[in-house]
Design a protein around this ligand. Structure first.
Ligand code: ADP
Ligand code: MG
Length: 469
């Protein structure tokens, strides 16, 4: 709703100007009428009041209808996007989903139409009543003029002046009523906007202003984390650390809290209790934007920006040697082979919706996301399943490059392919929000526990596949 406030704020100035000019017309006319026939003034007011009441009531009806249809209009917009966007097109076909989506669309459309129809009828009734009463008052007023002329209270010349002045007074009055109602409606949207701004200010990041350097050591101390809307802790008393020069792998089953741990390390979320510290300073006390400058994250669900391949890697923050740095990062993640087959190389728009744009596969996108994080050259590199969609060669390339990257970085990576954890200095095993084991690949595979179980499962599957091949 609040976005309407931004749209209509421009209108407010014009409406105010019109209101003032109508008021000036009315006042000038009222002075003349007061001099010639003051008795007509109350009748003049009576012609405008019912219209004013009807307009204000009408605007309120429109506003309420807008509020009431908000969710459905939003749903219509979202469904329109999903129904027409190519990413979903194949799924809509294979899932034979179109009839269901169209029915949802139709239902929302019907509700919006019904509410708008009702509002239109209500407005029409109220306007009709207002106009009828005003018309009656108007007739009385003109009868009054005739009467005054008839009984000789005013001269014919004065009556002529009155007719002219009364008409301009009515114009002024209707102007005030019309523009006043417009202004009230605009004001309602502005109120929504203001309360939105107030609420948004409350959501502002309330953190310290210490500016961190390139971190040497990032750690969690007895960290518990609960999502605001959740009813249980996602992380429970987790201790964790990573140093510059080190690669730490985090493994664990779906839902064990790995992604949540990544969000805490990178200062996206603050712990519910305990401390996440960058070189001994709590992320609570660090300037969040300065922290994120020192941090490179490959999230599990990374964004596919509708920009060029170059922009998708440097993200508007190019290194001084622009394309060289972009190409180096691309080479480290395997994105170089993606770029080399693009029609216009780094200049290719990675969005098929645009003319000249090109679509990438999930794996190709993942290489771009990897290049993005490497290009940031930040002190902490966090990768959440960065190779889940990659082919074996690309995956190997990323993992064999990690040691080189780790020379001046602390690296934390989440992976499900346990063979990848061989490159890690340390492996942290998570189960239901707790760290339940920690050690090198050799240590964890030689002791009973979740890691060895998962490892044997993966081996078993590998041997089954070998056997069946
Ligand atoms: N935004 C959220 N709000 C509430 N609960 C969440 C949210 N994100 C994740 N969770 C819950 O936290 C648990 C751990 O999630 P996550 O850290 O994503 O696990 P993993 O990455 O190990 O699969 C899950 O049970 C999930 O339902
Ligand atoms: Mg995850």
């Amino acid at each position: 709703m609040a976005d309407r406030g931004v749209e209509v704020s421009r209108d407010m100035i014009g409406q105010s100007q019109n209101l003032v000019s109508s008021a000036a017309t009315l006042i000038a006319a009222a002075v003349v009428i007061a001099a010639l026939a003051p008795i007509l003034l109350p009748l003049l007011a009576l012609t405008a009041v019912p219209q004013a009441v009807a307009s204000i009531a009408g605007e309120r009806i429109t506003y309420l209808a807008t509020v009431r249809t908000f969710h459905d209009r939003r749903m219509l917009n979202m469904l329109r996007w999903h129904l027409t966007h190519k990413d979903q097109a194949d799924q809509i076909r294979t899932d034979t989903l179109a009839p269901y989506l169209l029915e949802k669309y139709r239902a929302s459309g019907v509700r919006v139409d019904r509410t708008n129809d009702q509002a239109a009828w209500q407005r029409a009734r109220i306007n009709l009543m207002g106009a009828a009463v005003s018309g009656l008052a108007s007739a009385l007023m003109w009868a009054g003029v005739m009467l005054l002329l008839g009984i000789g209270h005013i001269s014919a010349a004065a009556a002529g002046t009155l007719v002219f002045t009364l008409r301009s007074a009515s114009r002024g009055l209707y102007g005030i009523v019309g523009y006043g109602a417009d202004l009230m409606r605009t004001g309602r949207y502005m109120d929504d906007w203001e309360s939105f701004i107030r609420e948004a200010a409350g959501q502002r990041l309330d953190r310290g202003n210490i500016v961190p350097g390139r971190p040497q050591h990032v750690a969690l101390h007895r960290v518990t984390y609960r999502y605001p809307e959740a009813d249980h802790d996602t992380l429970r008393e987790v201790d964790f650390e990573v140093r510059r020069g080190e690669i730490v792998a985090v493994v664990g089953e779906n839902g064990s809290g790995k992604t949540t741990l990544m969000k805490l390390l990178s200062g996206l979320n603050l712990p519910t209790s305990g401390v996440v510290a960058w070189d001994g300073v709590s992320t609570r006390d660090l300037d969040p934007h300065a922290l994120w400058k020192r941090c490179a994250v490959v999230p599990q669900e990374f964004a596919r920006w509708p920009m060029t391949a170059r922009e998708n890697i440097h993200l508007g923050q190019p290194q001084p040697e622009v394309d060289d740095a972009v190409r180096r990062a691309a080479a480290a993640s395997g994105a170089d082979t993606v770029i080399s087959v693009l029609r216009s190389g780094l200049d290719t728009l990675l969005a098929r919706e645009w003319w000249g744009g090109q679509a990438l596969s999930s794996g190709q996108w993942q290489r771009i996301a990897g290049a993005r994080a490497i290009h940031r050259n930040a002190g902490l590199l966090v990768m959440d399943e960065p190779t889940s969609d990659l082919d074996a060669r690309a995956e190997h390339r990323i993992f064999s490059g990690l040691r080189q990257l780790a020379r001046d970085r602390a690296i934390v990576l989440v992976t499900h392919n346990l063979a990848n954890t061989i490159v890690a200095d340390r492996i942290v095993v998570m189960e239901s929000g707790r760290v339940t084991a920690e050690g090198t690949f050799g240590e964890l595979t030689s002791h009973p526990g979740l890691f060895r179980d998962l490892w044997l499962l993966q081996q078993d599957r590998a041997s089954v596949q070998e056997g069946s091949a």
